[in-house]
Design a protein around this ligand. Structure first.
Ligand SMILES: Nc1nc2c(ncn2[C@@H]2O[C@H](COP(=O)(O)OP(=O)(O)OP(=O)(O)O)[C@@H](O)[C@H]2O)c(=O)[nH]1
Ligand SMILES: [Mg+2]
Length: 283
């Protein structure tokens, strides 16, 4: 059983999240050719636990997301971007401001992104790392305890795609094998179209399968797929957290109830299939 090393509990009575961070149904993948899970609904045990407000500490926890990739690929812009057709005025995912000029990240930075998933508050702690070689040793000190790894590359620069393999290896070295959800994200989709875009995506999907990663193409400039992508990340991480919380309860039987009145008891299956880390080979 994995316990997230950076586990931090949040105030359950924080301010409500904005409407667009409310996730009620399981968000879909970008392409079925490179996705972590092809299902369209939350796991039945997770749905039941959410309905009965019996998600344990999962709803109070921060899940760590580490974003890596070459310099200038657009990691910071992706983290801060939200859907908007206006590059200048688009509200950022976390900060609600936008700066079109390049400002290299120095070492690391992080943002907390709050969601409400199936009625339960849930937060991602998104670590934005520097792509510049000279900051690598600082950034790598923060790789440990990642539940999600996002390896980003620039769709217009094939070299940055080739480097994602090394970035992933570096993060995986600091984490338990098979314990992380891995995403490969092609950025700056607005700069490519037609055959060039299809070609870049095909190469990325191929690599994503080798990396056992889920593939997404996004644009921080137009906001295309940004919200859908982070919703997908949040939902997968949330579901895994709830399932782990249910599993780590004292017996193999979990109580599902609202803390008062009658309780329904459900069997928590303990099959090999059930224990497999959901980040790998689920398609
Ligand atoms: N056209 C376009 N430009 C983008 C997009 N995303 C980022 N950029 C630009 O790409 C440049 C680099 O973006 P950053 O987000 O700072 O890149 P980074 O990966 O964080 O770079 P480091 O912090 O040095 O590792 C900036 O000038 C952004 O405005 C995008 O979706 N489309
Ligand atoms: Mg940056």
């Amino acid at each position: 059983m994995k316990h997230w090393k950076n586990e931090v509990l949040l105030d359950p009575f924080g301010a409500p999240v904005s409407q667009d961070r409310i996730i009620t149904s399981f968000p879909k993948w970008y392409t079925p050719d490179a996705c972590l899970q092809l299902k369209e609904h939350f796991h039945s045990r997770v749905s039941t636990a959410c309905q009965h407000r019996n998600t344990g500490t999962a709803g109070l926890r921060l899940s760590k997301v580490v974003v890596v990739g070459d310099l200038y690929v657009g990691k910071t812009s992706l983290i801060h971007s939200r859907t908007s057709a206006d590059f200048l005025t688009s509200r950022r995912l976390c900060k609600n401001v936008f700066d079109r000029d390049y400002k290299a990240t120095i070492g690391v930075d992080f943002e907390i992104e709050r969601f409400e998933i199936a009625g339960i508050p849930y937060s991602l702690q998104i670590w934005d790392t520097a792509g510049q070689e000279k900051f690598k040793c600082i950034a790598s000190a923060y790789y440990r305890g990642a539940q999600v790894i996002i390896t980003a590359f620039d769709l217009t620069d094939v070299q940055t795609l080739e480097h994602t393999r090394q970035w992933l290896e570096d993060v995986l070295r600091e984490n338990e094998a098979g314990s992380c959800f891995i995403f490969l994200v092609g950025t700056k989709k607005d700069l490519l179209s037609g055959a060039a875009c299809e070609q870049a995506e095909a190469e990325a999907v191929h690599l994503a399968n080798e990396m056992q990663a889920e593939y997404w193409s996004v644009s921080a400039k137009t906001g295309e797929n940004v919200k859908a992508f982070f919703s997908r990340v949040a939902a997968l991480a949330f579901e895994q957290s709830v399932l782990q919380d249910l599993e780590k309860r004292p017996s193999t039987q979990s109580q599902v109830g609202d803390g008062g009145g009658d309780l329904i008891r459900i069997e928590v299956p303990k099959t090999q299939e059930d224990k497999r880390p959901p980040g790998l080979g689920c398609c």
